[in-house]
Design a protein around this ligand. Structure first.
Ligand code: R5P
Length: 296
């Protein structure tokens, strides 16, 4: 039977694209916010004995997690046979180790919370650096879709003679994959994080790439300081202002203004988080992964 796809009201764009790719029925869901901040869930499309896919934007994570978990619980209570979660951006993954004594490894705990809620999970390019794969932290089937092919296609179609640049070692995986897809050279910069809103880039030897157009590729733009600092370094080294291609448009605080002031030629993100910079659609790749998890 056709799966039902429930999505966060007011954020239906990605859900609609995914439903179309999957041939799923876009189902009705109502959230009511009480004055005290609690949420009431009302399912408008009967899920009894159906497979439900919940496509949910989890940014900002703390505010979005509870309504998502309550929606999944309501679908189960109303008799859904299976409930899968599509969270295109998987938050909390950067705290993947105990960096200081007493800290929680929140990547693991958040995965455990999601695993207690949904039957399976599909996400896009989770920030797994010190954790090898989603299987290491999820005890439900969990698939990570890579946006590298669609990002690579965007670069190939929009940038002449690209040099793909990673702003830090954590981006190396994406950068190397994207560059290999389009047979372009790549370079990775050295970054030190000084705090939540400050980074410093080390000197980089980029003279060999004069005449190439730099393309900064990163998984997340949060405060934007990483992209801003990397763009200034590239321009200071005599390269053209870079095009930035980013997977997850978190854009916390004043990131948009900060990046608007930076020497950046163009900034494009995928649609894992709704944002005005979205220009690369990952719904077809996500649908392929979801299909492998849907029960017959
Ligand atoms: C870091 O490891 C990530 O790949 C991103 O570079 C980082 O999260 C971006 O954060 P911000 O925009 O705050 O510098």
């Amino acid at each position: 039977m056709t799966p039902l796809l429930y999505t966060l009201p007011g954020h239906e764009r990605f859900g609609k694209a995914l439903a179309a790719e999957l041939g799923a029925e876009l189902a009705g869901l109502e959230l009511h916010r009480f004055p005290d901040g609690e949420t009431r869930i009302r399912i408008l499309t009967e899920p009894w004995d159906r497979t439900a896919v919940v496509a949910w934007d989890l940014q900002p994570p703390d505010a979005r997690f509870v309504p998502m978990a309550l929606t999944v619980a309501t679908l189960r209570d109303l008799g859904a046979r299976h409930v899968g979660l599509v969270a295109p951006y998987l938050p909390y993954m950067r705290q993947d180790a105990r960096f200081s004594e007493g800290e929680g490894v929140t990547a693991r705990y958040f995965a455990a919370l999601l695993g207690r809620s949904a039957d399976w999970l599909v996400t896009v390019d989770p920030h797994l650096h010190r954790i090898a794969s989603l299987d290491a932290i999820f005890d439900i089937p969990a698939l990570a879709v890579t946006s590298a092919p669609v990002m690579a296609r965007f670069i190939a179609e929009n940038v002449e003679r690209p040099l793909v640049v990673g702003p830090d070692v954590e981006s190396e995986r994406w950068v190397a994959t994207v560059a290999a897809e389009i047979d372009a050279p790549h370079a990775v910069l050295a970054k030190t994080r000084l705090g939540d809103r400050a980074v410093r880039h080390g000197p980089a030897e980029l003279g060999a790439w004069a005449g190439r157009t730099p393309v900064l590729v990163d998984d997340i733009a949060s405060t934007g300081v990483t992209l801003e600092s990397a763009a200034r370094l590239l321009v200071g080294a005599g390269l053209a202002p870079p095009t930035c291609v980013v997977v997850h448009a978190v854009f916390a605080e004043s990131a948009a203004e900060r990046l608007g002031r930076a020497p950046i030629a163009r900034l494009v993100t995928t649609d894992t988080i709704p944002h005005e910079t979205n220009g690369i659609c990952v719904a077809p790749a996500v649908a392929r992964a979801v299909r492998t998890l849907l029960s017959p």
